[in-house]
Design a protein around this ligand. Structure first.
Ligand code: ADP
Ligand code: MG
Length: 374
């Protein structure tokens, strides 16, 4: 579409839009009838398959820091889309990339496309088209995949008595983000250990494929476990009970929130020094932590851990439900994929999600850290 470039300023790219697309985003696409270069791509779906399609947009300043490393952005923009394919049990095949760029920074484009294609190649995904325009940095990817007719993993399939499972571990991405936002201060080593979860999430494609016909429902954990499990519950018209102690907390989160570890809460102290209350910072994680216990860092650490695991987003693990009869199959999948799969609770006939603490008591919404990341 060239209306904007005809009527307003032409693209001030050092190279033309055509050259840019040609150089950085045109690759052989043997899995497509026609890829980049025409008015539309042509795709042929394999017989007996349904097309799974999903779009995710990453906006500078909202979903990533404006100076974010371009290789990592290329990876992450595709990873969050691939994660949606994993959650449907779909085999990803093609992607479309819509880019809004402030300028044609060739070094940036080179790194971005390397990050994108490195992950695309790992999963056999072909870039078959997109759009490139001038504007604030904004990345939008549409991913397309295939799943045999009738067996996609939907949010609506959970049944009473199903086990609830989570892949990998939860909380590292939220912890890394809390550090970058200045809410907590991690050691260099601890930050280095949890940052990859935020910057380089691993889409659980192989798991999604293995769960076809095994799981009743699935979702990827992008907004936090309680939020995302909540979507399964709403769509399935079911309730859930999960055990706080059963949740797979990453080693980094566990050790760095451990009692003897140095982890400070800089902004909290800064705000206290200025006599400001946490309530003035509604978006902050620490704001959510119980202000009655200021000065009690051990308590804050425990709360931080709970917040990150229950409500922290960006992990891109899969949360799925499956009948009890599938436990042995799921454990075998875990071994085959070398990926921990943890049973965290049960689907009930009730409504909403009940979280039980170690002592068996039901945690209140406030205790769960719910809404803390908003
Ligand atoms: P049109 O004017 O018909 O929309 P464009 O000039 O926008 O065509 O795009 C030309 C070709 O390049 C199309 O095949 C389009 O899908 C592809 N394309 C544009 N931008 C990108 C991009 N960022 N990544 C991959 N393909 C792209
Ligand atoms: Mg176009």
């Amino acid at each position: 579409m060239c209306l904007a470039s005809c009527m307003v300023t032409p693209l001030k790219y050092r190279m033309s839009e055509f050259d840019l697309i040609q150089r950085y985003f045109t690759r052989a696409t043997p899995g497509a009838v026609l890829g980049v270069g025409d008015d539309a791509a042509l795709l042929r779906i394999s017989s007996g398959m349904e097309l799974a399609v999903s779009t995710d947009m990453l906006v500078s300043g909202t979903h990533f820091f404006p100076d974010a490393d371009p290789f990592m952005l290329g990876h992450k923009a595709l990873a969050v889309n691939l994660s949606d394919m994993a959650a449907m049990g779909a085999q990803p095949r093609w992607a479309m990339l819509a880019l809004s760029l402030p300028d044609a920074d060739e070094a940036w484009l080179q790194k971005f496309s390397e990050g994108f294609f490195a992950l695309a190649d790992q999963h056999g995904v072909e870039l078959v088209g997109g759009d490139t325009t001038r504007g604030p940095l904004n990345l939008c990817i549409t991913i397309m995949g295939e799943v045999p007719q009738g067996i996609a993993l939907r949010r609506s399939g959970a049944q009473m008595g199903d086990d609830i499972w989570v892949s990998g571990s939860l909380g590292d991405a939220a912890l890394a983000l809390a550090h970058l936002q200045g809410d907590v201060q991690l050691t260099v080593e601890d930050f280095a250990a949890c940052a990859p979860s935020l910057h380089r999430p691993v889409p659980r494609i192989a798991l999604g494929l293995a769960l076809r016909g095994v799981a009743h429902s699935a979702i990827d954990v992008s907004d936090g476990l309680l939020d995302d499990l909540g979507h399964i519950l709403e769509c399935s018209n079911a309730g859930a009970e999960i055990q706080l102690d059963a949740l797979p907390v990453s080693g980094v989160l566990r050790t760095c929130s451990g009692k003897n570890q140095i982890m400070s809460f800089p902004r909290r102290r800064e705000n206290e020094a200025r006599g400001r209350s946490f309530e003035e910072r509604p978006s902050s994680l620490i704001n959510a932590l119980d202000s009655r216990l200021r000065g009690n860092d051990d308590f804050l650490k425990e709360k931080l851990l709970q917040c990150c695991v229950l409500a922290g987003g960006d992990d891109y693990e899969l949360c799925f439900t499956a009948p009890v009869a599938q436990r042995a199959v799921i454990e075998k999948i875990s071994t085959q994929l070398d990926l921990p799969l943890t049973r965290i609770g049960t689907i009930t006939s009730g409504q909403g999600c009940t979280v039980r603490a170690a002592d068996g008591s039901v945690m209140t919404m406030e205790e769960q850290g719910y809404d803390h990341f908003r």
